[in-house]
Design a protein around this ligand. Structure first.
Ligand code: SF4
Ligand code: SF4
Ligand code: SF4
Length: 177
């Protein structure tokens, strides 16, 4: 099992429904977020392309946040999901500094928090909250080890990119372009 999220940048309208769903589902404190929308403008007038996309922790295979954690609070579980155990986290912030995607934040209660790929929902056979609410259905989630999964087929048939591949983190969130 190798979980991945695939997000179609051609279908994202930047509505932020995924952000609100995540905050509600995961009791994210007001003023913080586990996912966010980015807008990138490319090209020169009149040939300008606007790219909107939903970003979060990339659940990297080669995760610096896990390597640098002095207590083991940051760890990888089955399926490649990167999690933080709050009561093992001392709030040192090393993981926040090491993440090239700025995907973590310090929770007001002292520990570090970030996207969990909605691990608690996966255990119940549900999709991540953000994926389940997207009105344009631009987000997909599944197992890359299964060649017949929707995510595997999309990555086989469409052009895609990952964010900051030069960082060498081997992200598991893919963007269709
Ligand atoms: Fe760690 Fe950042 Fe990669 Fe998430 S995106 S696994 S927090 S390095
Ligand atoms: Fe580990 Fe917590 Fe320190 Fe992050 S803040 S490196 S999770 S102990
Ligand atoms: Fe938030 Fe879950 Fe989506 Fe991660 S997978 S951004 S925790 S709703």
């Amino acid at each position: 099992m190798r979980y991945a999220m695939v997000i179609d940048t051609l279908k994202c309208v930047g509505c932020s429904d995924c952000v609100v769903a995540c905050q509600t589902e995961n009791d994210v404190p007001i003023g913080y977020c586990r996912d966010w929308i980015t807008e990138t403008v490319d090209g020169t007038y009149p040939n300008i392309v606007l790219e909107l996309k939903s970003e979060r922790c990339n659940h990297c295979d080669n995760a610096p946040c896990v390597r640098c954690c002095p207590t083991g609070a940051s760890h990888i579980v089955d399926g490649g999901i990167v999690l933080v155990t709050p009561n093992e986290c001392i709030g040192c912030g090393a993981c926040i500094q090491s993440c090239p995607y700025d995907a973590r934040y310090q929770h007001p209660e002292g520990y570090v928090d970030k996207c969990t790929f909605c691990h608690h929902r996966l255990e119940k056979g549900q999709l991540p909250a953000c994926v389940s609410v997207c009105p344009t259905k631009c987000m997909y989630f599944g197992d890359l080890d299964n060649p017949n999964s929707e995510v595997s087929k999309l990555l086989k048939n469409r052009k895609w990119k990952t964010l900051a591949p030069e960082a060498g983190t081997k992200p598991n969130v893919y963007y269709l372009i």
